[in-house]
Design a protein. Structure first.
Length: 145
């Protein structure tokens, strides 16, 4: 099955367009007077799963003091599990995005050598989609994946 939303990090225009769309969503959600912050974060996770090219699920990861991470919202249990694995091993794409304040893209976790402990625990549990992509980007110290 082909997903037209899949992009590569070699396409700066597509990456920029995605970042701008997520920023627009954040502004739209934040400006709604009828929503509390928990609802806004939950809706952002749901929208991110749709807006981020290639995403199956999305979660909002919040880091505190570079030591602890929380997942206040997720479109599925999968992002919550991934955050727990990253917390346990102190490595992973979202933690790296938080610490380095930049976008992290993992096109193929099986061959990516940056997160060996995370990969070892996460890989057998992956969703059935073989073209699964992982992208984290920073916005106000919150990360989507």
């Amino acid at each position: 099955m082909h997903d037209d939303r899949i992009m590569t990090v070699n396409d700066p225009a597509a990456v920029e367009a995605t970042h701008l769309r997520i920023a627009e969503l954040v502004q739209e959600l934040h400006s709604r007077a009828d929503k509390d912050s928990d609802t806004v974060v939950a809706e952002l996770a749901e929208h991110a799963a749709v807006e981020i090219p290639g995403a199956q699920y999305a979660g909002i990861t919040v880091t505190r003091n570079g030591k602890h991470i929380d997942t206040p919202a997720a479109s599925h249990d999968w992002p919550i599990l991934l955050d727990k694995i990253q917390q346990r091993h102190r490595e992973g794409p979202c933690l790296t995005a938080a610490w380095e304040e930049k976008t992290i893209h993992v096109a193929d976790l099986e061959t990516d050598a940056r997160f060996p402990l995370y990969r070892e625990e996460r890989w057998p549990r992956r969703p059935s989609d073989p073209s699964w992509r992982f992208s984290c980007s920073s916005q106000a110290r919150r990360w989507a994946h």
